[in-house]
Structure formats: C-alpha cells, structure tokens
Design a protein. Structure first.
Length: 210
C-alpha cells in the first residue's frame, strides 16, 4: 500500500471558480500559484477472483507552490512524507526510517503533479495529456486527462471542480487500481514559507538514491 500511495500522491491541488472542467483547469493553472488543504484518499485495487475489494483509506495534508514544488504529509494510518523541492523528489517512510531520493524531472513526467504544480498553461499540459470535458456528476464539473505516452503507469486522471474549489481527484493506474482524493479546508494562494518545501533527512535514516 505504501508504494501505491507514493505513486498516486503526486497530485497536489486547490481550486478556482469557473464553469466547465477545461475552463476550470485552464484558469486554475493561470491564477492559482499556491495552495494547501487536507485530504482523504481511498485506494481500491481490482478484486481478486472470489474476493471483494477492500478500500484502504489514508488522511493527511498537502501544499504546493508553482513551479514544481509540493508536499504530501500522510498522518493516518501511518506517517509518510513526499516532498518535491523543485529539483529533487523525497519520499520518507517513518516506519522504515527510510528515505528515497529521485531527480524530480525524471520522477514526475505525465503525472497528476505535472498537471497541477508544474505546467504554466493549458498548452503545456496538452503536450503531455489529451484533455477533455466529461459529464457532470456528484455535483462536480469534471475534466479528464489521459497521458499521451503509454509507457507510464497512469491510465487517466479526472479532476472535479465545485464552485470555487477543486474538490476531487480520481486516478486510474495501468493495473486497474483506483485512487480517489477528496479535499477540504482548501486555501488558494496562501503565502507559504520556503521551509515548507525543504526536506531534511531524519537522523539515522537510510537514504536510497534512484
């Protein structure tokens, strides 16, 4: 589950107020330069034969600042931190006291984080994703992003807007695992200190460089 969370958690968001999914996304990329919120993430794996799927729920907080800085702080059911400082992506597993370090440009690519924290405009997103409005549901307006490259582990991302907030994110990976993130206490364009996106390796932690 920890590896799954690390993959789907590259999705950091807050919202703006516009009518349609694509319009919401375009305006969001242009006007929302930073954000923070709480989140609940539900991960559901494809059911095995003769068995029902058991969703796994995590909670925590996140923050982002364009271009390319974000962090996820998972609090329950276990502590995990994912921090992107603009150059390096850090993943800390508190249970293992282990840090994984990767070059950010190589780690993100066509991921939800690239959708939200990196691209300067819709045209830049369209270089890596096919973007389309989808039908309203659950009281939200949705836009679907499908990576143009088939080499990654991501099938699609759907982003749901409601009023002035981006309320939900649905991620489907190539293994059929679905992750749904729902956001609360969203703050748009807060002033975030530089320390928010600085990661310090905890004392005694093993560091794995990839």
């Amino acid at each position: 589950m920890k590896k799954l969370i690390a993959g789907v958690a590259l999705a950091v968001l807050a919202g703006g107020a516009w009518a349609g999914g694509l319009e919401s996304l375009e305006a969001f990329v242009k006007t929302v330069k930073s954000g923070r919120a709480d989140f609940t993430q539900t991960v559901t794996a494809p059911p095995k034969e003769g068995q029902a799927s058991r969703p796994k729920v995590s909670t925590g907080s996140f923050a982002f600042q364009r271009p390319g800085k974000f962090r996820f702080d998972y609090q329950k059911p276990f502590v995990q931190n994912i921090v992107a400082d603009g150059e390096t992506l850090w993943l800390y597993d508190a249970d293992l006291n282990q840090v994984t370090q990767r070059k950010q440009a190589q780690a993100l690519g066509a991921t939800p984080a690239a959708l939200i924290a990196a691209a300067p405009d819709l045209r830049a997103l369209q270089a890596d994703f096919t973007l389309e409005d989808t039908a309203d549901r659950d009281g939200l307006q949705w836009v679907k992003a499908t990576p143009k490259s088939r080499d990654g582990q991501l099938q699609s991302v759907q982003i749901g807007f409601q009023g002035e907030a981006l309320s939900a994110l649905e991620i489907l990976d190539s293994f059929g695992q679905r992750s749904v993130l729902k956001f609360g206490k969203v703050e748009v364009n807060p002033s975030l200190p530089a320390s928010t996106f600085q990661f310090k390796v905890p004392s005694g932690a093993d560091v794995i460089r990839q």
